[in-house]
Design a protein around this ligand. Structure first.
Ligand SMILES: Nc1ncnc2c1ncn2[C@@H]1O[C@H](COP(=O)(O)OP(=O)(O)O)[C@@H](O)[C@H]1O
Ligand SMILES: [Mg+2]
Length: 339
């Protein structure tokens, strides 16, 4: 349905709000806009609590949507019509952080995969068994394990089973939410290599949520950096990593010496007040921690996303693009951030 250059996913002003204790509003996703092309991988990064999981679930309608639009392959899924949800279920899948929780503990892996195939109706009944074997082989699981329940598998085997179940749908889009975070480092590398291989082979679009910048860099065509419910910077991976523009992105990068591929985000890369989506400050939500804060940053409206170089950045530093020439130091990461 989508042409080569047409977005598979088109997200426009997406909002997801929750009510926390004492009736306080949590704007977990607060006006998110981006497109995803067929076959493209978008890495989604940001500190814990910034809204990555809530966004990922909302995109697949596995979680609530408060406002805005999500178009998947031409149909509006935010409106939530039965037909659009049905379509999403047939063409998208999610891979979760904890593979043990994601799989039904009472079903064998083979039965779980067969069930997806039967529900989807994409494979004739007589071919289900062969397809289960093929799926298991595709993710590097011995078909001998088909009779095992999740508890009898290792973490890595279980995550492979979770990936096989996602692939059983033959999805156009997968959202993978911290899908290696719970695994040992050596197993993480195997699963990442598997994902790289599968996405190349199957031409699927992937939204890869992770706090590990090294992994995101290896896997993603583009990267989106989230801060308190908003995308503050988005662009091609080499541009965002090579020349981060938003002070928050710079701080994330700088907190990792030489962007060591084996290290994840530190727990508190910036110091200062931990962010809370309960009490968003006026203006740019990052301003209380920002090393480059200016008076305009403390006032509403929040800075709009605008093109900066090859990326899009929501930051008042770039209100007047011409000033870039006079402040060329802004183009380079500076040394002065307290980590
Ligand atoms: N069901 C919920 N009810 C209330 N608040 C929620 C709910 N789910 C998430 N939140 C809040 O929304 C914010 C974003 O959470 P989440 O999407 O899990 O962030 P991340 O995945 O980036 O760590 C957090 O402040 C979290 O406490
Ligand atoms: Mg999360």
């Amino acid at each position: 349905m989508t042409g080569a250059n047409e977005a598979l996913l088109r997200v426009d002003g997406l909002e997801v709000h929750f009510t926390a204790g004492r009736g306080k509003l949590v704007r977990a996703v607060n006006g998110v806009t981006f497109d995803l092309l067929p076959g493209e991988t978008l890495g989604l990064v940001g500190e814990s609590g910034c809204g990555k999981s809530t966004l990922g679930r909302a995109l697949l309608r596995l979680g609530p949507i408060t406002g805005g639009h999500v178009r998947f392959d031409g149909s509006d899924v935010a409106s939530g019509t039965a037909a659009s949800i049905e379509r999403l279920r047939r063409e998208t899948a999610m891979i979760f952080q904890d593979p043990y929780n994601a799989l039904n503990p009472r079903h064998t892996i083979g039965a779980a995969l067969a069930e997806v195939l039967l529900v989807q109706g994409k494979v004739p009944k007589g071919e289900v068994k062969a397809r289960v074997v093929a799926l298991m082989e595709m993710v590097g699981l011995s078909p001998d394990l088909a009779d095992r329940r999740p508890a009898a598998l290792s973490g890595g085997q279980c995550q492979r089973a979770g990936i096989a179940r996602a692939l059983a749908v033959e999805p156009k889009l997968i959202v993978a939410d911290e899908c290696v975070a719970a695994l040992d480092v050596s197993i993480q590398a195997q699963i990442i290599n598997l994902m790289i291989e599968l996405k190349a082979r199957m031409k699927l679009a992937l939204i890869f949520i992770a706090h590990d910048l090294g992994v995101v860099r290896r896997l993603s065509d583009r990267v989106a950096v989230m801060y308190l419910g908003r995308i503050v910077e988005i662009g091609r991976t080499e541009d965002v990593f090579g020349q981060p523009r938003h002070p928050y992105t710079r701080a994330l990068m700088r907190a990792i010496p030489e962007i060591d591929p084996d290290r994840g985000l530190p727990q508190d890369p910036l110091g200062g007040e931990p962010p809370s989506p309960l009490d968003l400050p006026a203006g740019c939500a990052f301003h209380p921690r920002c090393p480059d804060v200016m008076p305009v940053c403390t006032r509403n409206p929040v800075p709009a996303s605008r093109p900066v170089g090859a990326c899009a950045v929501a930051c008042h530093l770039y209100d007047d693009q011409r000033t870039d020439h006079h402040h060329s130091s802004l183009q380079q990461p500076r040394e002065t951030i307290h980590v």
